[in-house]
Write a protein that binds this ligand. Sequence first.
Ligand code: HEM
Ligand SMILES: *[C@@H]1O[C@H](CO)[C@@H](O)[C@H](O)[C@H]1NC(C)=O
Ligand SMILES: CC(=O)N[C@H]1CO[C@H](CO)[C@@H](O)[C@@H]1O
Length: 322
Amino acid sequence: MAKYDMFTVMFVMNVVLSGWMHGAVDSLRMDYYILACPVADLIIKNTVNRHLQKDPTLAASLVRMHFHDCFIQGCDASVLIDSTKDNTAEKDSPANLSLRGYEVIDDAKDELERQCPGVVSCADIVAMAARDAVFFAGGPYYEIPKGRKDGRRSRIEDTINLPFPTLNSSELIATFGRRGFTAQEMVVLSGAHTLGVARCASFKHRLSNFDDTHDVDPTIDNQFGKTLLKTCGAGDAAEQPFDSTRNSFDNDYFSAVQRRSGVLFSDQTLYASAATRGMVNNYAMNQAMFFLHFQQAMVKMGRLDVKEGSQGEVRQNCRVVN
Ligand code: HEM
Ligand SMILES: *[C@@H]1O[C@H](CO)[C@@H](O)[C@H](O)[C@H]1NC(C)=O
Ligand SMILES: CC(=O)N[C@H]1CO[C@H](CO)[C@@H](O)[C@@H]1O
């Protein structure tokens, strides 16, 4: 009997753990705040819109922030925590160098704490802000389930789990596959690069000493290679927009990649590789399909390893563990 109990316990733990790891067992709900904070959606949307009207480039940052949050420790606002004298947090990693928009989250949180103190998690704010940023920039609007709890760990070394821009298509498929995403979902999520910029530091490896046989990455269009070189002339921090409409959420990113004008190696590899080229072609041709698949994939990303109940907390200040 004791043996059976042990087995049962282990089996249940296994199911719970693997469910938790893959975000399958979660009780996120669309109407999570309907009683405790019905104004949550409105407050976040208004705060995001106010900031984006002043600085539309923040839309990209908010979308990227949600991605970085979810890929490290799950969607638990670990990305927001400030370093302390005893702990260097994720946000101080070089991989994070260009994340911006923390003040948007802080403003939304301040207002939420005034209206419904202690109720709305920072992780949910990040997820909703990303959603509202996509819509502000002209992308699809989608409902997301809420109820994520905030985590208590944010360590610089965890950022090693973010995908590098030097990964090729099969490595990207594997990296996203480990988190339960299909190749198609990886490609459609890469479409977030319809917003924003990359700094020269992220792509200059393509422009000289690329590999044993090529000085310049052979997958770059000649003319576009010159554009990238010119950008890098202004230094490592110089910014190159991913496509010609950096503040519009559209399918131009896929057209750029089709023209061999993807900025990162990890962008161009999606077209260079036969495994993913067809998907790039589809999304370049059909924006509606891109929008539909993107929102589905974002909802899925927003469920990655979420914390529930006592696994987390609702932070009072998004930058500090309670
Ligand atoms: C497929 C693997 C991915 C890689 C290797 C990757 C890598 C990068 C890199 C290197 C940058 C430029 C950082 C800089 O130089 O400052 C960047 C920017 C960006 N990434 Fe990704 N990314 C990936 C997937 C994603 C996903 C899934 C999303 C969101 C759903 C996303 C959203 C963004 C956005 C919006 C920007 C522009 C940020 C800005 O302009 O402030 N990326 N990404
Ligand atoms: C991607 O890189 C890995 C490791 O360098 C290599 O084994 C693999 O063949 C590459 N895949 C493609 C599609 O180039
Ligand atoms: C190493 C580094 O520069 N980290 C940065 C990460 O992002 C935050 C917010 O922009 C910066 O304050 C950090 O300096």
